[in-house]
Ligand binder design. Sequence first.
Ligand code: FE2
Length: 319
Amino acid sequence: MAITVHPVTSTFVAEVCDVDLSKPLPAEDLAAIKSAFWKYAVLIFPGQELTQQQHLDFGRQFGRVESGRIVDNTQQKSRFGNEFSDVSNLDAEGRIWEADSRQREYKAANRLWHTDSSFRFTPGMCSLLYARSIPPVGGQTEFTDERAAYDALDAATRARLAELIGEHCLATSRRLGGFSRFTDEEYQRAERVPQLLVRTVPESGRKTLYLAAHVGGIYDMPEKESAGLLQQLMAHATQRQFVHSHRWREKDLVMWDNRCTMHRGMEYDDLRWARDMRRVTIADAGNSCELAGVKLPARYLAAVAAAVVGKTTAPTAEY
Ligand SMILES: [Fe+2]
């Protein structure tokens, strides 16, 4: 039986049924999934029974898996190995975290609108998040469609944004999320990475905003001006008409396109209920500026050099 695709709206979010992701997919099913993904940007696969290996194998059909993931720069390893992000409220032994745990404070920024790994020189293309256990109340993930948000901008704003470069930094979102345990040295290591504020998704040809809580400034723009513009754009892009809220069920696998959506986790009683989620992230084809042929200003050459030699000076945290 061929897969079935059930769109939530005509252009954003679809549920995909009649497919078993634990098995190798027939070519026509994979093609149909990719086609739906480029169109709807968020796909929900309910009722999947996946081992870690099967989760990885499905993700690999979309590109290179980001690796070297650690929980944060304390170097604590992910519970699931370095190709997985642990998006749970559980410690390394699988127990619900303590109220004052570093991880709890660190991951508080997951509740801010963001896109995964945009603070890396080569950002995340898509993420695949699998729910092993979920809280009975709260803990939804909200997604916003930045393509629709771009389409709704007036012509003057679109012209103003063309080729502007946002500066993405992990420390920016940590600070916004209230994380206060970075040392000065750790803050200094967190590189500002350039990414276009407006990019084009090649598979659909659609233009999209590319925002995140990681963005702290805009290249060559005074801070007062960039702060106001970024705040306006974030408010615009997260209006309810662009947002879908996903209520998790156990064994849901949800994948989203990080190039044209943002997401945020919603509140739940994280000291009471386990929310056991693991994520695989697929790397983009390159830095968004480079992919668009936009010359990188000299200020970012350190970030470029770090990417070329395969290192990143930013903490390679999950987020
Ligand atoms: Fe995320």
